[in-house]
Design a protein around this ligand. Sequence first.
Ligand code: IMP
Length: 184
Amino acid sequence: MRLAFITSNPGKVEEARKYFRSLGIKVYQLRVDYPEIQADTLEEVAEYGVRWLAERIDGRFFLDDSGLFIEALWGFPGVYSAYVYKTLGIDGILKLLDGLADRRAHFESVVAYWDGELHLFSGRVDGEITTERHGSGGFGFDPVFKPTGFERTFAEMTTEEKNKISHRGQALKAFSEWLKENLK
Ligand code: IMP
């Protein structure tokens, strides 16, 4: 089986590809720009994107909408993570948290699959924002996110290690379990 992943982010594709490889599912990247609306939840952003795409492209596909939620900043950047990454960047986030003892944060991911109907799968991982960058793997805020119970940031892990614990890995797990049940 082949699955189209609609995203412009090669880091997300690498994770999904590695995740699905062991299940015999081939993930390929489709670059189609779609509107990412301003909304309160990742689910709303994902659903709008999927329905917009479903009117324009044929066949099944999935996308991922994710974000970093920092507790001391009342959940910022959350649904604005992609914009904040591009503008403030990692250095901007480190500056905002400078001197703060409470560095708790979590990532959330919503995987939205379209097969004529919408199916949503979500995942979450808790952790903290480190005071400096560590590691060169992954993408986005990975160099400053250390999941709870680990002494390394996501950027210091292999894709397989990150997938086992990450928000996206969990959403992909729920998605793959649903596929196993529903593609019989
Ligand atoms: P979007 O899902 O394309 O709206 O972008 C979410 C943004 O959140 C990305 O541009 C990254 O900055 C950040 N992000 C989402 N997931 C991850 C992750 O697994 N690692 C690091 N940053 C992430």
